[in-house]
Design a protein around this ligand. Structure first.
Ligand code: FA5
Length: 351
């Protein structure tokens, strides 16, 4: 066995020194030290050779193993040094372009919406996404168990109730910022807030998202009327959608506004006529109008909950979906709201 060890040693040293690449070197390593390698085989045989030879053969094998592995490492370093020295810089090879990100469509829409309202003196506010029942519902004149709450299809958070403010929910609408804003302003009008934030509801369809954004306008001062609301909405429509767009108010019911409205905007595809270029019903709106969101005059109970005297002050509020509002821009033709959060870069990069 001792002779065989010596022969393997000389053979392996010769083969290592003849290697020119890392792949060749790896082949040699496997040939001697792999599972079925020559040195591995001898190491496995050690326990069965006679005792007198075993000790010296074991010592020899281990020394040779260390020597060869060191030699392989040394050769590897030589090969790498050579590769590095021979490498030349080729200025004609095209560089690798890093991927550059863009601001998401909805972030751009939020900035644009805010800019329009900022010109009217509204200041941006943000309130918690994880909110107390009191701000999301009760302070807005929606008592516990009121059926109107079902429309919001709320997510409840599994956490202990607060003695004063009740259960914890994922805020289903930005209206939960109304009373918070009144309190933050020490219940002292004038208050002109634009609250743009995430909302959560148990809904998913081509028109519904589980997580979406709303923007909520709130204006409280002496003598504020529906005329101010209509003027503000028209200003937004013209600035965000284009000069020719108009809004209309349709009577509706919300617990926290009285009177309440749903706001429609004239369709940008058929210019509010309901008839498209081919003289048939407009496929987008079908009627000349598209629904934007809710609005109304702030309910006296809500003002009181915000510490404001409803006999002295009045106010209006409106709350619309950012995604839906963005989708109504003329010419965008987005067929399904979920596409906006699909992470499909090919689709999103079109805009
Ligand atoms: C509200 O949320 C009221 N808080 C709005 C309001 C504010 C009324 C202030 C009066 C005064 P509504 O549930 O209709 O109302 O939602 C308003 C808008 O949010 C909708 O018109 C729609 O644009 C958007 N929206 C609602 N649910 C979803 C959803 N699941 N996915 C995407 N957008 C939604």
């Amino acid at each position: 066995m001792l002779d065989l060890i010596q022969t393997l040693k000389n053979q392996a040293l010769h083969q290592i020194s003849a290697c020119h690449t890392n792949d060749e070197l790896e082949e040699v390593r496997v040939r001697y030290f792999g599972k079925k390698g020559e040195i591995t085989k001898l190491l496995k045989k050690l326990p069965i050779i006679n005792k007198s030879e075993r000790k010296i053969a074991g010592q020899n094998l281990n020394e040779i193993k260390d020597l060869l592995l060191k030699e392989i490492e040394r050769k590897k370093a030589d090969i790498e040094k050579e590769i590095y020295q021979n490498a030349r810089f080729d200025p004609t090879v095209p560089g690798i372009e890093p991927q550059i990100g863009n601001t998401h469509l909805i972030t751009c829409a939020i900035d644009e919406i805010y800019e329009v309202f900022a010109k009217l003196g509204f200041s941006r506010a943000r309130y918690p996404e994880v909110e107390y029942d009191w701000f999301a519902f009760e302070s807005l004149n929606m008592g516990k168990g009121h059926p109107a709450r079902d429309e919001w299809e709320t997510f409840f958070v599994d956490a202990p109730d607060d003695k004063k403010y009740g259960e914890i929910v994922l805020t289903p609408h930005t209206s939960s910022g109304q009373v918070r804003e009144m309190l933050r302003r020490n219940s002292t009008p004038p208050i002109r807030m634009i609250n743009i934030a995430k909302c959560y509801r148990r809904q998913i369809s081509i028109r519904h998202l589980v997580m979406f954004h709303q923007f909520e306008g709130l204006f409280i001062d002496k003598g504020i009327s529906i005329t101010h609301l209509k003027g503000t909405l028209d200003y937004f429509a013209k600035n965000f959608f284009g000069e020719k767009r108009k809004t209309r108010l349709r009577p509706f019911h919300f617990r926290f506004t009285e009177p309440s409205f749903e706001v429609d905007i004239s369709c940008g595809v058929c210019n509010g006529t309901g008839i498209d270029k081919e003289n048939s019903k407009c496929k987008l709106c079908k009627s000349g109008w598209l629904e934007l969101g809710g609005a109304g005059m702030v309910h006296p109970v809500v003002l009181k909950n915000g510490g404001i005297d409803p006999n002295k002050y009045t106010g209006f509020a409106f709350g619309w979906g950012v995604e839906r509002t963005f989708m109504m821009k003329a010419g965008l033709n987005i067929p399904d709201i979920r596409i906006l959060y699909s992470s499909d870069l090919n689709y999103l990069k079109q805009f």
